[in-house]
Unconditional design. Structure first.
Length: 279
């Protein structure tokens, strides 16, 4: 009797070990599906490369279950998650002007374009990385009003003032985290695709006082990003090093660079996800 009981306990233990671990409840994705996270960082005008990356991924049917964004990466993430459409993202992103960024006219722009008001109601899960300006601590925004969250993620200290959310003064998450890959990891992503726009900052030219502020910000971000990228599975590096951070006249060039860079990693992504090519 004791022997039978021992065998039963060992059998149950083996079955328990073979049961897959529960997965995060991200919009009801089936338990057998890999969760794919796309991490988008700050590049200001260079961030239009994110549009091209998303267009290429959508075209090749690479799923995007969650987007983690910081800075303009957060804005592009919000515009994509709004309708889960690369074409919709492109249309709205191309209508975002340089003066809207410099004068921080984000609220009016998003008010006209977003069909959702809360982060938790978006058809694609969106996480926005910010920094508590008082403590320097990373602060994740994953619920509540979308617009102030995007605004907070966009703030570069010295360019515009911090955004107050729940008694915290928030600025860009790149100051405390760099490219926020760790958020995707913490949220249970199986495959993390990171878009790195930090290359080529050494060739940045100084034409205005704010260029010094932006360069200081990017130097800090690049250092933190290098460490974060160790946790990414696939890294996409669009060739945007020659595009000035504030040169919004080269949106199409940046977008094409993102598209071409993403196309290069499609075979790797399909191999990881075991997607079949359509005839």
């Amino acid at each position: 009797m004791k022997l039978k009981l021992l065998v039963l306990i060992l059998s149950l233990s083996f079955v328990a070990c073979s049961i897959p671990k529960p997965r995060p409840d991200i919009y009801g994705i089936e338990s057998g599906t890999a969760l794919v996270a796309l991490v988008l960082g700050e590049g200001i005008a260079r961030s239009y490369a994110h549009v091209g990356v998303i267009k290429a991924l959508e075209e090749e049917k690479i799923p995007i279950h969650m987007v983690v964004g910081s800075g303009m990466g957060g804005l592009m993430g919000a515009l994509y998650a709004n309708k889960k459409s690369a074409n919709d993202l492109e249309w709205h992103a191309m209508n975002f002007k340089k003066d809207m960024y410099l004068d921080f006219k984000i609220q009016g722009f998003l008010n006209q374009r977003l069909v959702h008001s809360k982060l938790e109601s978006l058809p694609v899960r969106l996480f926005l990385a910010t920094t508590d300006l008082k403590t320097g601590s990373p602060t994740l925004l994953d619920k509540g009003p979308i617009i102030p969250a995007v605004q907070a993620s966009l703030v570069i200290p010295g360019i515009v003032g911090p955004i107050s959310i729940e008694n915290k003064l928030l600025v860009s998450g790149e100051i405390s985290q760099g490219l926020p890959v760790d958020i995707a990891k913490q949220r249970g992503a199986d495959l993390i695709i990171a878009v790195d726009l930090t290359q080529g900052i050494d060739s940045y030219t100084f034409k205005r006082d704010r260029d010094i502020t932006i360069q200081s910000y990017k130097i800090s971000s690049a250092s933190l990003t290098k460490k974060q990228l160790e946790s990414a599975h696939v890294i996409i590096r669009p060739e945007v090093s020659k595009i000035d951070f504030l040169d919004f006249s080269r949106k199409r060039e940046a977008m094409l660079a993102g598209y071409e860079a993403a196309k290069k990693v499609i075979p790797e992504l399909k191999e990881i996800l075991q997607l079949q090519e359509e005839d």
